[in-house]
Design a protein around this ligand. Structure first.
Ligand SMILES: [Zn+2]
Length: 187
């Protein structure tokens, strides 16, 4: 994702509030609750559309009718639960997003997030921790936000899986070591 496309994604979020404001203003207070669900759905649709536009698509055109290739979305498999154990808004949106984009003919790959916030997406060396959210790669001499590094590593994993069928070695969780044998009692 380039900085320009990221900024355009953020801009579409602000546009979403402009679209939703007149919708809410039309409703009387007692009707707002009934329509909150509809409002959320509109916001989700705008977000799906903005994400599709990052890859050059849109939410109305099916892949077979487009001249471009399908877009590949890599989504982290980390699950977010609320304190009550119900799926979080994030998890609910991801489910909605996957259904929508698959119906249009795009590809969605679930990525196990193992080590994605620990390695540099450019050179795959270990990152050092600066603060809770910021990391540093000494080899590349760059500072990276944890979530940005993680997103770029997930994109690298998706690319590698498509091209070679495997994740890069640094993102493969090592197998659990075999349990150490119990020492036999001394005779
Ligand atoms: Zn690096």
């Amino acid at each position: 994702m380039t900085l320009a496309s990221f900024l355009s994604y953020i801009e579409s979020w602000s546009r979403a509030s402009t679209v939703l404001a007149p919708f809410y203003e039309k409703l009387k207070h007692r009707h707002r609750r009934q329509h909150r669900k509809k409002g959320s759905r509109m916001l989700w649709d705008l977000t799906v559309d903005a994400l599709l536009k990052l890859g050059g698509g849109n939410s109305t055109a099916k892949v077979k009718k487009q001249t471009q290739s399908p877009i590949c979305f890599a989504i982290g498999l980390g699950d977010f639960k609320t304190v009550s154990g119900l799926p979080s808004l994030h998890t609910a949106f991801v489910g909605y997003f996957i259904k929508k984009v698959r119906r249009l003919g795009h590809l969605v790959i679930g990525i196990n997030e193992y080590n994605t916030s620990q390695k540099c997406p450019r050179c795959l060396n270990q990152l050092s921790q600066l603060t809770w959210r910021w990391k540093r790669c000494d080899s590349c001499d760059v500072h990276l936000h944890r979530d940005v590094a993680s997103g770029q590593c997930m994109a690298a994993i998706a690319k590698s899986v498509i091209e070679t069928g495997n994740r890069p070695k640094v993102f493969i969780r090592p197998p659990h070591p075999p349990p150490s044998p119990t020492p036999s009692p001394q005779e």
